[in-house]
Ligand binder design. Sequence first.
Ligand code: NI
Length: 245
Amino acid sequence: MKLHLASWPEIERYLETSKGIVIPIGSTEQHGPNGLLGTDALCPEIIAHEAAEDAGFLVGPTFNVGCAQHHLGFPGTITLRPSTMIAALQDWIGSLHRHGFEKIYFFNGHGGNITTIDAAFIESYAPYSFDDMACPYHLKLRNWWELNGVLDLCKSIFPVGEGSHATASEVSVTYYAYPEAIKDVVMTPRIAPSDRFRDAADYRAKFADGRIGSDPAQASVDAGAKIVGAAKAALIKEVQAFFAD
Ligand code: NI
């Protein structure tokens, strides 16, 4: 079930059977010459929606703008400051808890969000700790590529040029779900450089077309279908265990 397509009485009835919800969370940021700006939000959303259809759990709206200041040198990128994102996440968590949700599983698609989501969790727990009370809800963060077996599968499909930003795997996942958005682009160089980065100017100077270490021209619908299938199965297992815990 998808929260944004449900009515409030349906959510009220769902809460009588489960206190758990999955929130896809990502970013709106450049993903190289052939990757979609929504890639990091779309990947967890695509996997979560398919898993929810099979397993019957509830998926909330996608938190689709994250921490992407380093991508601001490329048009279309939208970012939150970490402090804004921490405040917004606390309000999402507070709203869900207000209605009785006790297990909130954040399913992430953007590496640049990890430290900020962790900080938001700590901000949420701190008031209970100061008041010597047990926090009445549990929060969990999982990156989609870290689900059991998924990274190994991605490496086996793309042994060369998987890279770390605008990866062949993540572009494949979006092409599988949105084949009408496939872009045929020749990459130069074929495999992008790899390096560390700081701000948007530094990033743009080091990575001219936005990619890091990747050759996403290899992306395909077929690869995306395999990755989504494996991720979906692993997600169902993990969410069911978290909700039952
Ligand atoms: Ni990405």
